[in-house]
Design a protein around this ligand. Structure first.
Ligand code: XMP
Length: 315
């Protein structure tokens, strides 16, 4: 049985010995980085500089929610507006590994700029066990380069501190509850954000379609779960596929892209079963998506692949 309070005490003591100078942390608003930030702040207080990078790949309303949550915990959060920079470096990149590596590297570069400003020597990260296991840690093949691992450039000048490295997602959620962190029940979200849910060219327009569709999936599934019509999946989202098909809007021929809805049951993200969602709810989602994205999305499909052989995200 995982003992959250013992882990918290031990992690704070270890962080105190690891961090003897200024440290910087990337706060994405996800449970992992938030727990890491709260632990590090408790350990070293003002030595910690918390930075939130608005990559342009965050979910609807997320930036404001994150800012409010950190304010509630009394943590100063610096927001870096980096959407333009990300879209620029990712222009023309569609290959998933190259995309992840570019995003990871840009993320670290932004941090190096911030580090120069605040003089941090350490980089605290919310890396958890599946991140490095699936990135080729140990004897396994690289499945995906996870954001916190694969993007680290070799010439990085910051020392990395990872207090959650040995934990799995369910343990991090237990920790979050113990630390009174509001995101504790929130579904996991990948480090590279909506970028890995936008297959094909990464443009602000295509990413905003994904943002809107993810919000629709979240709203409808959460509402249906509240009404007892279905069980809330462990993770649920929409991704945009660069697959165009012929459709009809009114009397007019349309030729739009495809949204895939993905929902899975899982314990820790290492393996997953696709969720059996009632058709009436899928149909509501489909209608809302095609109405909201007239002209860009023509067709909505549901993914019925377990992990393995699929992964949870499409890239
Ligand atoms: P996959 O797609 O590998 O995802 O089956 C397993 C879990 O990890 C999340 N995920 C990520 N989390 N950085 C993260 O912090 C990443 O780069 C990343 N990629 C995937 C995914 O959403 C799922 O919960």
């Amino acid at each position: 049985m995982f003992d959250a309070s013992a882990f918290i005490d031990e992690a704070i003591e270890t962080l105190k010995t690891q961090i003897d100078d200024k440290a910087i942390i990337a706060c994405s608003g996800g449970v992992d980085s938030t727990v890491a930030a709260v632990l590090a702040q408790r350990a070293v207080g003002d030595k910690l500089h918390c930075v939130y990078v608005d990559t342009g790949f965050m979910r609807k309303g997320e930036t404001v929610e994150i800012q409010e949550m950190f304010a509630k915990h009394g943590i100063d959060l610096v927001t870096v507006e980096a959407a333009d920079r990300y879209f620029e470096v990712l222009e023309g990149i569609t290959e998933p590994e190259q995309k992840r590596k570019t995003i990871g590297e840009t993320f670290i570069r932004i941090f190096e700029d911030e580090q120069k400003t605040c003089g941090a020597k350490y980089l605290v990260q919310g890396t958890i066990a599946p991140d490095w296991i699936e990135s080729g840690g140990g004897v396994r093949d690289t499945i995906k380069s996870h954001h916190n691992v694969g993007g680290l450039p070799e010439d990085m000048t910051l020392s990395v501190v990872e207090p959650l490295r040995e934990l799995y997602k369910d343990e991090v959620r237990v920790l979050a509850r113990a630390l009174d962190i509001h995101v504790s029940e929130r579904q996991p979200f990948p480090g590279p954000g909506l970028a890995v849910r936008t297959l094909g060219p990464l443009t602000p327009e295509r990413v905003s379609v994904v943002r809107e569709c993810c919000a629709i999936v979240e709203e409808e599934f959460e509402k249906a779960a509240m009404n007892g019509e279905m069980e809330l999946p462990w993770q649920y989202y929409a991704a945009l596929l660069p697959v165009r098909s012929v459709g009809v809007h009114g009397d007019v021929r349309a030729y739009g892209e495809t949204i895939v809805v993905r929902a899975v049951r899982s314990m820790d993200g290492m393996s997953a079963r696709y969720s059996e969602i009632p058709h009436s709810i899928l149909q509501k989602v489909s209608t809302r998506i095609t109405n909201a994205c007239k002209g860009s999305v023509n067709r909505v499909v549901y993914d019925i692949t377990h992990k393995p052989p699929g992964t949870i995200e499409w890239e």
